[in-house]
Ligand binder design. Structure first.
Ligand SMILES: [Zn+2]
Length: 439
């Protein structure tokens, strides 16, 4: 084999045929679920409100299903939870929020609060050093097995960068807990912005390892990726895992492409969330579905990107090149948040969305506020992913504030552009809590 295969363009590569898309008029671009209608509840109008998404979501679900049913489901919830490629830890943050909000919900309706720990935290797999520091300092020093391609699920211990030695992979007795892993597998091979090399890209090796290794030791995998991601990839890799003699298609899946704006958060970020579950260990309940949950939590987006400009900061002194670019922007487009990492002159200019919500962040975004005459701060961008960066945001969301000490501004900007939105992954974590039972 000497001929190099020409990488296929992702549009041809993608076979997400089972992801039925609603007519465009009823959804946000790239998403697969309906957007809010006039009858939907109103979304978050302030950032403070947005950080209370865990309480708001539980309240809405309780209203729909009845608090007795929801309490029963929350009391039955027993997980061990690990992550891979979680960056600054949006899955950790969202799950901590939900855990605490669940306790608050049970108390608020006068239900018995079980004494068992709903979630036992396992490990992280994160190779980036800055992200590793944040994960360690924010979420109680979890073991980190940095290199997913070196991870061997048949071994009881792996090299851990947190404790600089060999650590146990399974720290807790399994009991009747479901082993859950959330992973933001690297998206560049499929992203429209990336090289679109698909399965030919070197980063693809991390996908293969993820499904092969994490699939062996977990019951549920929650994978986040770009909307263009080919969902045949996880299915094929997970199918290969089934032990000899067991029935075919041992892994089942549910998935959807959502955008934070579906849930009333004024920031664009269409992402595919794919929930895979081992059929011999996990039973999909019949009284509740992912689609229904998404429908219940759908809300009208009423706020704009202004929501995320909350810090008291001086005006930015722009470089002459940035000044020129800004003048071009003003001549060519009327944007309130031009992205100065792109040049308006070569037609690549971008800024807020047509509905005045924050545009999808990338790792290089440099959003300039025309009102505040400054760049948006990395902390503001992280807050747009509903990751708490202040004590107040932490109190409202019930998740620990990101420990960003010693992290350079550029790195923080990059992390914000790489992160998942906590409310979006929160919806899928909730779906997994409510829809799945151990067999
Ligand atoms: Zn360790």
């Amino acid at each position: 084999m000497t001929t190099r295969e020409k990488p296929k363009r992702s549009s041809k590569n993608v076979k997400n045929a089972h992801l039925k898309r609603a007519p465009r008029a009823w959804r946000y671009p790239k998403t697969t679920v309906d957007a809010a209608t006039d009858r939907s509840p109103t979304g978050f109008s302030t950032l403070k409100e947005a950080f209370q998404w865990p309480d708001v979501f539980l309240k809405r679900l309780g209203k729909h299903y009845g608090s007795a049913w929801l309490c029963k489901r929350l009391r039955a919830w027993r997980w061990t939870f690990s992550t891979a490629f979680s960056g600054v830890g949006a899955p950790e943050s969202a799950l901590t929020s939900l855990e605490k909000a669940a306790e608050h919900y049970l108390q608020s309706v006068g239900a018995r609060v079980p004494t068992h720990r709903r979630v036992l935290y396992g490990f992280t797999c994160e190779i980036d050093k800055c992200c590793r520091n944040i994960l360690r300092n924010t979420y109680n020093s979890p073991c980190n097995f940095p290199d997913i391609t070196a991870f061997d699920a048949t071994k009881k211990t792996q090299f851990c960068s947190t404790h600089n030695g060999m650590c146990k992979v399974r720290k807790h007795r399994r009991g009747n807990r479901l082993d859950v892993n959330a992973g933001g597998v690297v998206c560049t091979p499929f992203s429209k912005m990336g090289a679109q090399e698909g399965t030919a890209a070197p980063a693809f090796a991390t996908h293969e390892s993820y499904y092969k290794q994490m699939g062996k030791i977990h019951d549920i995998l929650l994978v986040e990726n770009v909307p263009e991601y080919d969902t045949d990839i996880p299915q094929q890799h997970l199918d290969q895992l089934r032990d000899d003699g067991e029935e075919r298609g041992m892994w089942g899946s549910v998935c959807a492409v959502v955008d934070p704006r579906i849930f009333g958060v004024p920031a664009a970020r269409a992402r595919l969330f794919y929930l895979a579950f081992r059929k011999d260990r996990v039973k999909l309940r019949t009284d509740v579905t992912l689609e229904e949950i998404i429908g219940i939590l759908t809300a009208k987006t009423v706020a704009t990107a202004d929501m995320f400009v909350w810090m008291e900061l001086p005006r930015t002194v722009l470089t002459p090149a940035q000044e020129r670019n800004l003048r071009d922007y003003r001549k060519m487009k009327s944007l309130r948040y031009p992205d100065l990492s792109q040049y308006a002159r070569n037609g690549r200019g971008r800024g807020e969305c047509a509905d005045k919500t924050l545009c999808t962040l990338t790792t290089s975004s440099r959003l300039f506020s025309e009102d505040a005459k400054r760049f948006l701060d990395a902390k503001e961008l992280l807050s747009s992913q509903l990751l708490p960066v202040t004590r107040e945001q932490s109190r409202l969301s019930r998740a620990p504030p990101l420990c960003l000490e010693g992290i350079p501004e550029g790195q923080k900007q990059k992390m914000a552009g790489n992160s998942m939105n906590a409310a979006c992954i929160g919806v899928f974590l909730l779906a997994a809590i409510l829809c799945f039972d151990p067999v």
